[in-house]
Design a protein around this ligand. Structure first.
Ligand code: ASP
Length: 440
């Protein structure tokens, strides 16, 4: 059977199993479109409230889950050589997938040229208030790129925990876990402590998922109501390029990647992580989706040893959907403002998109903030920069939902490929959606 048919069937299986979340998304889109034309403050506030309850509940378990998963994962891998092998492979796979995303985004944007003639539209359609807040965001981003990397090393890990800064947290926990693995049997009390923490947080995730359908419904409805459907008409070329790029990455690149590097069928994997994909779309946050991504992978055949290590790192470092968007967006603005796109500049944009995306956080909107890193070196006038950036903000949420869907899916794709390479997949389970354990 053709790959795309298999994928459609698998998505269908996923939908059947999780129809409540899926219908939450559909109902959210419909209600959002209606509300766009019939604004009602009470309903809008109610939707925001319900959506935030869901996001906050799921965020509540992220830090204990990530910490315990990484500690258990790394200490169970044990020896340093194997860990080094996993680590290298993980960086390589994530790097390949992000580079392909950037190439696809760049090629499509250069070919279709969505930005030609858009300058006029950008200036007319971006509100002054948005422009002012964008100016502040951009000033914060300016400065030395090296400082950004410096920020990854936590001088005070507790402060990073309190602030919820995922990258420094992960850096600390990975070093701590490697040290624990090195000290031998004395690590038992700590490891078993974190085994209990992990089990309990997974249980809480199960409970939170009872709330997934109303949560995703409310989030989708308030997102759609804020931009309405007319946005699709006005900037259809830009959105069109993005959606084609996202579709190529999802339906061609991921299946080919899995075929090339593993025996995993994309159709089965998509079916296994269907809930995580839908929640990623609804929440636009890889971090918030992480507990669910881990639950889906582990309950459906991918070993704990691999998923507990590769998924949390992916959710903090791998943002291929974001990189694709950043490449398209920057080329779009360059075309709109008549910047000459020399091959050198295009390569610079691509490389910076890989860096900028991987420094972004798995929360809504983060990818658009880090885009400033690329835009600053483009030779646009300050007014053009602000207007262009503000324009991107106007259509932020819709693109965020799609790019987060990709970010989360590619985390699972890389995890599955590594698990396959290490014989850490139970194929009897992964390839049999009928036997999947329900989440919640
Ligand atoms: N919202 C995205 C994520 O959580 C990051 C981004 O803004 O691109 O994966």
């Amino acid at each position: 059977m053709k790959v795309h048919m298999q994928i459609l069937i698998a998505l269908g299986l996923g939908i059947k199993r999780n129809w409540h979340i899926f219908f939450g998304i559909i109902a959210g889109i419909l209600v959002g479109i209606y509300l766009h034309g019939h604004y009602n403050t009470l309903i809008a506030n109610l939707l925001t409230f319900v959506g935030q309850v869901f996001i906050r509940l799921i965020q509540m378990v992220v830090i204990p889950l990530v910490v315990s998963a990484i500690i258990i994962g790394i200490t169970s891998i044990g020896d340093n050589k194997q860990l080094g092998k996993f680590g290298t492979k993980m960086v390589l796979y994530y790097g390949i997938i992000t580079t392909i995303a950037v190439v696809i985004g760049g090629a499509l944007a250069l070919l279709i040229k969505p930005g030609l003639g858009a300058a006029h539209y950008i200036t007319e359609h971006t509100a002054a208030s948005v422009q002012a807040s964008v100016q502040t965001a951009m000033t914060q981003q300016q400065g030395n790129i090296l400082n950004l990397f410096l920020g990854f090393i936590p001088s005070n890990p507790l402060q990073s925990f309190a602030a919820g800064d995922m990258v420094p947290i992960i850096v600390f926990v990975v070093i701590f876990a490697i040290a624990l693995a090195r000290v031998g049997d004395v690590n038992r009390p700590i490891v078993s402590f974190f085994e209990s923490v992990f089990a309990a947080t997974m249980k809480i995730t199960d409970w939170i998922m009872f709330f997934a359908a109303p949560g995703v419904f409310a989030l989708t409805a308030s997102a759609v109501s804020s931009f309405g459907i007319d946005i699709f008409m006005s900037i259809s070329k830009y959105l069109g390029v993005l959606l084609i790029g996202f579709a190529i990455q999802m339906f061609i690149v991921y299946p080919l990647f899995l075929k090339f590097f593993s025996k995993v069928s994309a159709a089965m994997l998509f079916s296994a992580i269907a809930e995580a994909m839908m929640v990623a779309f609804g929440t636009a946050s890889s971090s918030a989706t992480l507990p669910l991504t881990i639950a889906c992978c582990e309950k459906r055949g991918i070993s704990h040893k691999i998923s507990s290590f590769v998924l949390p790192l992916g959710a903090t470092l791998n943002f291929d959907g974001t990189a694709l968007l950043q490449t398209v967006a920057v080329i779009f603005l360059a075309q709109a403002y008549g910047v000459v796109l020399t091959p050198f500049l295009v390569i610079q944009i691509g490389l910076l998109a890989i860096i900028a995306s991987s420094t972004c956080a798995g929360i809504p909107g983060a990818g658009l903030i880090t885009i400033a890193l690329i835009l600053n070196g483009m030779g646009l006038s300050p007014e053009q920069l602000v207007a262009g950036f503000a324009f991107l903000f106007t259509i932020e949420r819709i693109t965020d939902m799609f790019r987060t869907l990709l970010n989360v899916t590619s985390d699972a794709v890389v995890t599955a490929a590594i698990a396959d390479n290490e014989n850490e997949i139970n194929y009897d389970l992964l390839n049999n959606p009928a036997a999947y354990e329900e989440i919640a």
